[in-house]
Design a protein around this ligand. Sequence first.
Ligand code: ATP
Length: 270
Amino acid sequence: SKAKLFDEKTDTRTTFKDVAGLEGAKEEVEEIVEFLKNPDKYTSLGGKIPKGALLVGPPGTGKTLLAKAVAGEAKVPFFSLSGSDFVEMFVGVGASRVRDLFKQAKDKSPSIIFIDEIDAIGRARGKNNFTGSNDERENTLNQLLTEMDGFGSNTNVIVLAATNRADVLDKALMRAGRFDRLIYVDLPDIRERKEIFEVHLRPIKTAETLDLDFLARQTPGFSGADIANVCNEAALIAARKEKKAVTKQDFLDAVDRIVGGLEKKNKIIT
Ligand code: ATP
């Protein structure tokens, strides 16, 4: 299959209003939006536009969402691949997939390339943590480095990559002219959780005015993805009971259910 290209007809664009909290990270990527919209302004004094930035943080904190919002704000195409695709689907053709992806993005530039779970291809060389052969992974990584070095700063393709394991990445990826900007995307604090609830309550029919401070207090350690899950689950719980709208108790039941799920997940890991 081809790399996914944003389709104006079937998808509604993600913008910064969909991303709650993450003020620092948003500020950093706002600059990337500016580069994409107005490259000539930034190169006029001889400066080079960065080619890549690495989004680093725990699972479900909004890294993919933020990358999509950059493309949405700049109104440019979004090409994405996941590092785990290389492990599971593209065995033997990793390098040619990378070449393909960059070609498509350059043809449609200005554009964004997003590589999720880059650690699956970008682990430090010589450490055999790859399900496929290590040569295969190295070839894929080398092709990625070659592509990033190969396009000039006038190409106007910006590569965003996400990982929750920046510590295992090959240092070659972080060298100047590659992913030389690190953007931290952390778990939300209580105020940010409240904002994330606000975003995900938009489509939900609620029975009463919900106390969002209360919900934020009930969800310490939850990621944005967990909170999205709570809102969805609450709506399903209420619907199952044939209620006309979602109540506070449905949210509490959903929180319990998600906490149960998180505990199970942690048990499997440890
Ligand atoms: P992973 O590392 O698991 O790929 P991620 O950091 O890329 O996770 P996303 O895929 O962007 O996380 O988040 C999953 C979903 O969780 C989003 O589509 C969104 O619905 C919700 N979400 C996460 N963070 C936020 C946030 N800051 N604001 C609003 N929604 C969020």
